[in-house]
Unconditional design. Structure first.
Length: 291
């Protein structure tokens, strides 16, 4: 009897291990996300009776939810504040949907997050100050929404960030000086907002920056001479602003760009003739690919 009992217990234990699912806390959070974003209208719906690992766009590793990829899936409504209970998330892709409302402050709880993609939605309100606590974040893409307020200075804490794209929103105020601390940054998109003031000279420290798009804002003053130190720059767009001088752009004489665009008014130019024959306008159409 003892052997039979031990065998039954062992089989029960193995079955439990083999079919172990995510915690109730994480499952509850996912269900709330589903219901808050009108899951019954999604293109690819979740069957809540099946294991979480079988739900569309969900990746589970070691019984923990590490990725949510619901790109282009007809999400509507708000992002649930329960998102903050998915503390093991590394990737959150909600791009190309119809989400509304503000970004929950609880997003700051996702300390393992590396990718946050919110582009092409209808999100509004200010970015939470706490977003600066996501120190593992490598990509923050939120273009084509209705975010407003000032760009949080706490973004300067995200020193692992490689991509920061806040284009086509309603941000206003100055560019925070703290962005000059993003030493790994390769792409900075602030196109088409209501940003103003002078460009921080600290941005000249972004030695790995390949794309800098500041067009269609209200910037004033001179182009910082420190931009001459942006040795990796390939795409540079500053047109449709109110700069008073382009003298610092003399450094372009020794560089070739994939894209270069500025306010082509010869009366404002203070540098020698530059051959722009190899430059082109940037394609402002952003796309994502559903895997």
């Amino acid at each position: 009897m003892k052997k039979l009992y031990y065998l039954s217990f062992s089989l029960l234990f193995l079955t439990t291990v083999c079919f172990a699912e995510v915690s109730q806390k994480e499952k509850k959070a996912l269900i709330d996300i589903y219901e808050t974003a009108n899951g019954t209208h999604w293109v690819k719906k979740w069957d809540l009776k099946t294991p979480v690992s079988q739900w569309h766009g969900i990746t589970v590793e070691n019984d923990k939810v590490v990725e949510i990829n619901l790109f282009h899936n007809n999400l509507m409504g708000a992002i649930s504040s329960q998102i903050g209970n998915l503390e093991n998330l590394k990737v959150l892709n909600l791009a190309f949907n119809s989400l509304t409302g503000s970004l929950p402050a609880e997003i700051a709880n996702l300390s393992n997050l590396k990718v946050l993609k919110l582009e092409m939605n209808r999100l509004n309100g200010e970015l939470p100050e706490g977003i600066g606590s996501l120190i593992q974040l490598e990509e923050l893409s939120a273009f084509n929404n209705f975010f407003t307020g000032e760009i949080p200075a706490t973004l300067g804490n995200l020193t692992a960030l490689k991509v920061l794209n806040l284009s086509s929103n309603e941000f206003y105020g100055d560019i925070p000086n703290s962005l000059g601390a993003l030493s790994q940054l390769e792409t900075l998109g602030l196109f088409e907002n209501r940003l103003e003031g002078a460009i921080p000279r600290d941005m000249g420290k972004l030695s790995k920056l390949k794309e800098l798009v500041l067009a269609n804002n209200r910037f004033i003053g001179d182009i910082p001479s420190e931009f001459a130190d942006l040795a990796s720059l390939e795409v540079f767009q500053i047109q449709n602003n109110n700069f008073s001088s382009f003298k610092a752009l003399e450094f372009l004489e020794t560089k070739e760009y994939l894209v270069f665009d500025y306010d082509k008014d010869d009366r404002k130019l203070e540098f020698k003739d530059i051959n722009f024959s190899k430059t082109r306008m940037a394609d402002t159409k952003f796309e994502d690919i559903e895997e």
